[in-house]
Design a protein around this ligand. Structure first.
Ligand SMILES: [Zn+2]
Length: 435
């Protein structure tokens, strides 16, 4: 399989790009369309995309590093209520109805939305991981699928969870596991999982080289409770439990919004990653002073995510990137902070780096995850600065082609099975939200 992208704008210059199998193998103005050498006898194995006409620009795809994919089905359900009421009266009762069918189609809907908005990798934390993995594989996208661990400080629940996660891992069939699925250990949060279980899960992950994905310091009240209960802030506690030492660069803390200097230093010293979820934090009223510069300067790998559709309402990473950049400028009172180029790096390269995938950049030798934008879209007229226009003025409708791992998942905004996915998502949403 080869893809030749002809006459496309890259960093302000018109060039051509050759993709062979899953890798970008050539970039250059004078690159000629392969007629031999690449699939010499099978011309239909070569896809040609012409960037000419009104013009197309190429950019890396997004990595959404914190979401609960199948929660697409909760979009607009129980919005604008106080957090506890929303969880107790809306979300948790409906989640009792979850089954494989609901998760499969909810995740397919999430994958469809992500493909249409330029995301090719996401880090998921939800239930029925087998159904979610099937949905990811059937969509052609790639995901880190987290086994969500809860014990609610109940030893019996902890034992059952340990048994379940061991079974899940043993049943993955590692040799045959599609490379598009990366299994992850995902304890929900330090206030829903006991210290013993958090440590047990870190040992489990470390022994198997798995990543560790957890909600951290999302609200001020959870930090205050940690101080009251343990006499220390959540990250200080995680470090004391030895979890940051065990997981190091395989650790990723979602939200990580309410941090103090000591915690930022701990994260940097351990080469850990965090995920900023600006739209979710704003909508739930959790806060907005994300410590981006401090984290970056301490050596923390800062990534971006949307969170689930019950709190961010969409999975649009371009929108999240704009919110992130504006928030940094706004709360710091400094328009030079988080320029467009840096915002895109956080939203793309840093996420792929956490997953250990050489993508998030359009360079020869990189994995071929890239997207094309239509420069005839109003947001690019006039095109004084493509990257600025992309982050600050356009919308994801400007994304016309998405390639993941060398495979085109969207061309001319057409994605396979779109009508079927929408129909099935409407059907299972009724099942999920029945009282
Ligand atoms: Zn979340």
């Amino acid at each position: 399989m080869a893809i030749f992208i002809k006459d496309v704008l890259l960093n302000g210059e018109t060039t051509s790009i050759l993709i062979e199998n899953d890798t970008i193998t050539g970039i250059g103005k004078n690159l000629s369309m392969p007629v031999s050498g690449v699939s010499p006898n099978k011309k239909d194995n070569l896809t040609v995309i012409d960037g000419k006409g009104k013009g197309k620009a190429v950019l890396p795809t997004f990595a959404n590093m914190h979401t609960h994919a199948a929660m697409t089905l909760f979009r607009g359900y129980g919005d604008d209520h106080p957090l506890e009421e929303w969880l107790n009266e809306w979300i948790w009762p409906a989640e009792r109805n979850l089954d494989e069918d609901i998760i499969y189609w909810g995740t397919r809907l999430a994958c469809l939305e992500m493909i249409k908005s330029g995301t090719t990798l996401f880090n998921d934390m939800y239930f029925f991981t087998d159904a979610a993995s099937r949905a990811v594989a059937d969509s052609g996208i790639r995901a880190m699928i987290g086994f969500t661990g809860f014990d609610f400080f109940n030893p019996e629940t902890a034992e059952k969870m340990k048994k379940d996660i061991s079974e899940w891992y043993n049943n993955l069939g590692h040799s045959s596991t599609q490379s598009s699925i990366i299994p992850v250990v995902a304890p929900h949060a330090p206030y829903t999982v006991s210290g013993d279980t958090l440590v047990w899960l870190a040992d489990f992950a470390a022994e198997r080289n798995l990543h560790y994905h957890i909600h951290m310091s999302e609200t001020e009240s959870e930090v205050a409770n940690s101080m009251k209960q343990y006499g220390m802030r959540p990250y200080t506690r995680l470090a004391k439990l030895g979890i940051l030492d065990k997981m190091s660069s395989r650790f990723i803390g979602a939200h990580s919004l309410h941090l103090e200097e000591e915690e930022i230093k701990l994260l940097g010293d351990h080469h850990a990653s965090v995920v900023h979820n600006p739209n979710s934090n704003l909508k739930l009223g959790s806060g907005y002073k994300f410590m981006y510069q401090e984290l970056r300067d301490a050596g923390v790998n800062v990534t971006l995510g949307t969170d689930g559709c019950s709190s961010s309402n969409n999975l649009d990473m371009l929108e999240a990137t704009k919110t992130m950049a504006l928030l940094q400028k706004g709360w710091r009172g400094d328009p030079t902070t988080m320029p467009a180029k840096e915002a895109l790096k956080v939203a793309s390269l840093n996420g792929f780096r956490f997953a250990g995938i050489n993508a998030g950049k359009v360079e020869a030798g990189a994995v071929a995850d890239l997207l094309l934008i239509d420069l005839d879209n109003i947001g690019f007229i006039p095109n004084n600065d493509t990257l600025s226009n992309y982050i600050y003025s356009s919308h994801s409708e400007a994304i016309v082609t998405v390639i993941c791992n060398g495979q085109p998942l969207m061309q001319n905004r057409q994605v396979e099975d779109e009508d079927l996915i929408k129909r099935e998502a409407r059907r299972v949403a009724k099942k999920l939200l029945q009282k």
